[in-house]
Design a protein around this ligand. Structure first.
Ligand code: UGA
Length: 451
């Protein structure tokens, strides 16, 4: 099938590459000429396991094209996926300017029936705005063409996006109950048929419900995390192990184990943004989502948890103190630093006069870029970018773990003890067992594990 993907960001690129992998003829459009040049010369703008190979294979097979040509993109696919960014605007609502610009680009050139598929995370009612934007362009050209706007939100996790796309647990699609909508349903059904062979994974619904489902899913997951973080903070006070509680609670099939890990807060481009956008949608409709307001507040506070524990242990003035930081990205297997807890921790430590040595397996360059925005030049001068995890440890007063990279899970604790000035670990992701740390002679501060 001929498909156009508008936007070669994280969602667009993964979607385009994976749809090409299934044998489709995919045309990826982006207005950023530098990004298109990079992709056309075999480069990849993001770090995502497996993606580079899928892109290379399908480019070589001629099934995956990258271009800045809006007109060619509009003509190429009968399915036109909009996968551009929806950053928060000043009040936290999703900014739809890129989505609507993409819609106008299609409307300016289309001649025949198209299905416009919103893949970007967009608030309820966006499909109607997309439809209006396209219709306005058709009217300007006095052109008649039928089209349908469908909603197909993505549920990819960064760091596992290719895998998530190729093995989806569900595919949510909203289409209109109109003849054009029926046609859209048929096209999307055959596009996704390879995923439904063994079991039907597609949930068909109306467009508004599909748009809402995406926000509801992310808000639910963020709620679970903030809820566990709040319990973990109480667990610390009352001598309870939150990890034992997690297992006890998760064994209830009504609750389940996933997304119950307490830690130093959630980050990334999705949870913080989507929780805020859903709150704003509610406010526009004179409703307040009290739970989500708390989810956000708890998370903002949780990002200071490591800094607070360090201050409690070493005092408020950290001048002369030096810390080793393992992990900078907001989660493993990505170099994404958006809303990463490490940014808050570094600001907390550096503003109190500490120096740090940081290490992340892939996010070092991205960290250097974003930290320029967060910190003063005096603070930046107090960061050393270490060569490897053990290099970061040298002469530090404590090791602080922020991201749960696999490489940090079974370190050589004797080496850690040897390199650190004193054997202290602050573990923002509960990677180690307090008992093992005690036996190893390491002072261990987890999240909700102060037994
Ligand atoms: C999230 C959702 O999980 C995806 O389903 C969704 O498609 C995506 O947002 C999106 O909207 O695009 P992502 O942001 O890539 O995916 O990352 P997650 O794996 O969900 O992790 C988000 C944050 O929550 C990370 O900072 C992680 O450390 C934290 N987290 C996760 C916890 O603190 N505890 C947990 O138990 C799980």
């Amino acid at each position: 099938m001929k498909i156009t993907i508008i936007g070669t960001g994280y969602v667009g690129l993964v979607t385009g590459a994976c749809l090409a992998e299934l044998g489709n003829d995919v045309f990826c459009l982006d207005l950023d000429a530098k990004k298109i040049d990079l992709l056309n010369s075999g480069g990849i703008p993001i770090h995502e396991p497996g993606l580079e190979e899928v892109v290379a294979r399908n480019r070589a097979a001629g099934r995956l094209t990258f271009s800045t040509d809006v007109e060619a993109a509009a003509h190429h696919g009968v399915l036109q996926f909009i996968a551009v960014g929806t950053p928060p605007d000043e009040d936290g609502s999703a900014d739809l300017q890129y989505v609507l610009a993409a819609a106008r680009g299609i409307g300016r050139h289309m001649k025949e029936y198209k299905v416009i598929v919103d893949k970007s995370t967009v608030p309820v009612g966006t499909a109607e705005k997309v439809r209006a934007a396209i219709q306005a362009e058709l009217d300007l050209r006095a052109t008649y063409a039928t089209f349908s706007v469908a909603s197909n939100p993505e549920f990819l996790k960064e760091g596992a996006a290719v895998e998530d796309f190729m093995r989806p647990d569900r595919i949510v699609i909203g289409v209109d109950a109109t003849p054009e909508g029926e046609r859209a349903r048929d096209l999307l059904r055959s596009l996704y048929a390879p995923f439904n062979r063994n079991r039907e994974r597609t949930y068909w619904m109306d467009v508004r419900s599909a748009e809402f489902t995406k926000y509801a899913a992310n808000a639910m997951l963020a709620t679970r995390i903030s809820f566990m973080n709040e319990l973990a903070n109480l667990a610390d006070k009352v001598g309870v192990d939150i990890e034992a509680v997690r297992r006890g609670v998760g064994s209830d099939p009504r609750i389940g184990y996933s997304f119950l890990y307490a830690g130093c807060g959630y980050g990334g481009s999705c949870f913080p943004k989507d929780v805020q956008a859903l709150e704003r949608t509610a406010r526009h409709h004179d409703q307040e989502l009290l739970i989500l307001r708390a989810v956000e507040a708890v998370n903002d506070r949780q990002k200071h948890i490591l800094g607070n524990k360090i201050v409690k242990r070493f005092g408020n003035d950290l001048a002369g103190r030096h810390f080793a930081i393992w992990g900078l990205a907001f989660k493993p297997n990505t170099d994404d630093m958006r809303e990463a807890s490490a940014r808050v921790l570094l600001a907390d430590l550096l503003s109190r006069g500490a120096t740090v040595a940081v290490y992340d397996p892939v996010a070092m360059a991205e960290a250097q870029r974003v930290l320029q925005l967060d910190l003063t030049s005096a603070q930046l001068a107090n960061i050393r970018y270490a060569e490897n995890p053990s290099d970061a440890l040298v002469d530090a007063d404590a090791l602080v773990i922020v991201t749960e990279w696999k490489a940090f899970r079974s370190p050589d604790f004797e080496l850690i003890k040897k390199r650190l000035k004193q054997p202290v670990i602050f573990d923002g992701r509960n990677l180690y067992e307090p008992d093992t740390m005690f036996d190893a002679g390491i002072e261990y501060h987890g999240i909700g594990r102060s037994l």
